[in-house]
Design a protein around this ligand. Structure first.
Ligand code: FUB
Length: 461
């Protein structure tokens, strides 16, 4: 029996590797991903497209984190338009950076003056709480091009803030990161520097590209890279230029991603190195009900060419390979997931972030859960329900895999009254598995919400 189970485990483990994990966030839209590596963890700062809208009318920003590149923990929405008194609408692309233990989140939004402006929020932790650092925009001059800030701190301590749409600008930030010295510099956009000139795309752009928006500045092996959203077939590309200096002159290098049938006109991206690998972050409109105004973050692993150039990257359904694992014997937030269906994320002042709107046949998939060589005996989950009848099934390796544990849930006194339920395991589990938390119920009206889910843990036997 044990041997049969082992063979089953090996078969299922190899099958589940091929399951799709892009877009990496499914519980809500997550456009304009801006990754940041801090203290061994990747943080991903995004916007928040509103389902059913017909323009980029967004109101808040979000943050998620991962230590394995496949399971992402949702930290909710630490800032919104409400965080900036001067902001009126259009919570657009943003990037966060750490300096001296403080985190500076540069955002752009439509100001009360009816232009686009760049502001900065500050926090003591990468997930907040954040507050407007200066109570007014850092960059505001009546221009609609003041969008998509990207920030980089060079080895000599000088920080640069670039941004733009159609035109590209930069300033040198002061050490406080919330003010700048000198004038705003307009970067020359030529065929040589960014692949094309706006307005003359067909006549003067041999390689049919040009700087549109979404700059992303970083340095690797003493070469400065400026990735940007360019103009390509049927929508934006991700293209890049390089320079020996953080202020140029820039030399156009080509397209990284083009015409990948992403179901979105825009394709805003970011690049990081993490645990020895290089990753391209971008967004697609490929979630159900997604599109140009319903975009979600995706990730691809890539390898630089020997000469430092970036290869063309193909969008995949699978996303990156795991570079870490989950310890099931330490509390794991329910909002840590590689894939999910029929649930979303909510935030509460006392409880923090939790999984909500769980529906029949929905599930959360957590990859790379390592149970070790000795099986746990019990499973605990913190759950809340306003109605009786919900069942949380813990399955191994697929939504129809063996049920190793199951919590039959009575109502707990309210949708935000969380109680910890501990149940015995139905069968032993060892080694590494994908774990599926499946949403089920008895006598539940079709479409009814089942329960809210805050965290889970197995007992270390
Ligand atoms: O998300 C709103 C805007 O769309 C961003 O600021 C641009 O980069 C584009 O992705």
């Amino acid at each position: 029996m044990k041997r049969l189970f082992l063979i089953y485990s090996i078969l299922i483990a190899s099958f589940s590797i091929s399951l799709a994990d892009n877009p990496v966030i499914q519980t809500h839209f997550s456009p304009d991903p801006a990754p940041m590596v801090y203290n061994g963890t990747v943080y991903m700062y995004t916007g928040d497209d509103i389902p059913g809208t017909d323009f980029y009318y967004m109101t808040k920003w979000r943050v998620m984190s991962s230590t394995d590149m496949v399971n992402w923990t949702d930290h909710g929405s630490p800032i919104s338009l409400e965080s900036f008194e001067w902001a009126r609408d259009r919570a657009w692309a943003a990037q966060c950076i750490e300096r001296n233990g403080k985190f500076y989140w540069y955002i752009c939004a439509q100001s009360t003056q009816n232009d686009m402006a760049i502001g900065v929020a500050v926090a003591d932790s990468p997930t907040g709480p954040f507050k407007d650092a200066i109570g007014k925009p850092l960059i505001m001059n009546g221009s609609w091009s003041n969008i998509d800030p990207t920030v980089y701190i060079d080895d000599d301590g000088q920080a640069y803030l670039y941004w733009g749409n159609g035109s590209l600008y930069y300033v040198k930030l002061n050490e406080d990161m919330i003010s700048y010295s000198g004038d705003i510099v307009t970067v020359p956009i030529t065929v040589e520097s960014f692949g094309g000139i706006r307005g003359n795309k067909n006549a003067e752009t041999p390689n049919k590209d040009m700087f549109v928006e979404g700059p992303w500045l970083y340095k690797r092996n003493n070469l400065y890279y400026m990735m940007f959203a360019g103009m390509g077939k049927g929508g934006e590309t991700l293209s890049y230029s390089t320079s020996a200096s953080p202020i140029g002159p820039w030399k156009y290098q080509g397209k990284i991603m083009e015409d990948q049938k992403l179901n979105s006109f825009t394709n805003h991206g970011g690049i990081i190195d993490y645990k020895g690998n290089s990753y391209l972050f971008y967004h697609s409109g490929l979630l159900p009900n997604g599109g140009s105004y319903g975009r979600a973050s995706c990730i691809e692993q890539f390898t630089y060419n020997v000469d430092g150039t970036i290869p063309a990257v193909t969008a995949t359904k699978e996303g990156p390979e795991p570079v870490g694992e989950i310890n099931p014997y330490k509390r794991v937030e329910a909002e840590t997931m590689a894939w999910s269906q029929k649930c979303s994320i909510a935030q509460h002042a006392d409880v923090g972030v939790y999984v909500t709107s769980t529906r029949m046949n929905g599930y959360i998939k957590v990859r790379e859960v390592n149970f070790g060589i000795k099986s746990p005996k019990s499973f605990s989950a913190s759950l809340a329900a306003g109605v009786d009848g919900g069942i949380l099934e813990v399955r191994l390796d697929s939504v129809s895999g063996p049920i190793i544990s199951s919590v039959q849930l009575p109502r707990t006194g309210g949708w935000e009254i969380f109680k910890t339920f501990t149940v015995e395991l139905k069968q032993e589990v060892t080694g590494k598995h994908d774990v599926f938390f499946c949403f089920n119920g008895q006598n539940i009206t079709a479409g009814r919400e089942l329960f809210n889910f805050d965290y889970w843990v197995f007992d270390e036997n």
